[in-house]
Design a protein around this ligand. Structure first.
Ligand SMILES: [Zn+2]
Length: 200
């Protein structure tokens, strides 16, 4: 499989690794990011994900100095898709996390960043672009059957995309079963038919 989507602008990130052998991605983790927080349209997110951010360019960047992270995709405010990591590779977005009893979500997820600020609304163009991206992913990744926020897979530690994200709207736009979405079934075990986790 070529893990790059033709509709996305490619900005390859060095921050990725192999997925565990035999693991097919079945989860999408949604995030929000803006650099500096609340400012949109700048080059900083792409520089962060490619390890080329000048940490001295803004006072806020001091607080994330040295961070090496990535996501598979960024959806900018105008709906543009930017892809940083191929789908068959493990991107570095979720950190310590678990979903439906499965630890380390980076192993089995696709990470999508929405340019935005947690708690604030997202743009109409971003919902349309996200729904189209999910449809495109589902066509390539037949195991895909769950969508959660970073706040759901790392509760208490992360809060993005936050209260400004309209889950009901995304469910409507995708036409997917509501049970696939964290907002509808936060703790439903094995909604995807994933193998049970002993003791979970
Ligand atoms: Zn996040």
């Amino acid at each position: 499989m070529d893990g790059w989507l033709p509709g996305a602008r490619r900005v390859p990130s060095p921050n990725h690794g192999p997925r565990p052998v035999g693991v097919q991605p079945w989860l999408v983790v949604l995030h929000s990011i803006s650099l500096p927080p609340g400012e949109y349209g700048g080059p900083w997110i792409e520089r962060l994900f490619t390890n080329t951010l000048d940490w001295d360019a803004h006072p806020y960047f001091q607080s994330i100095r040295g961070l090496e992270v990535s996501a598979h995709f960024l959806i900018r405010r105008d709906g543009e898709w930017v892809q940083f990591v191929a789908l068959d590779r493990r991107a570095w977005h979720a950190g310590r996390s678990s979903w439906q009893g499965h630890e380390n979500c980076n192993d089995f997820s696709v990470g999508i960043e929405l340019e935005g600020l947690e708690g604030d609304p997202f743009a109409d163009a971003q919902y349309a672009a996200l729904a189209a991206l999910l449809a495109s992913l589902r066509a390539r990744l037949p195991a895909l059957c769950a969508v959660a926020g970073h706040e759901h897979v790392a509760p208490g530690r992360k809060r993005d995309p936050g209260a400004g994200f309209d889950w009901a709207r995304l469910i409507r736009l995708t036409g997917w079963p509501a049970a696939w979405f964290a907002s509808d079934a936060p703790a439903r075990p094995n909604a995807c038919g994933q193998p049970p986790v002993p003791g979970a």
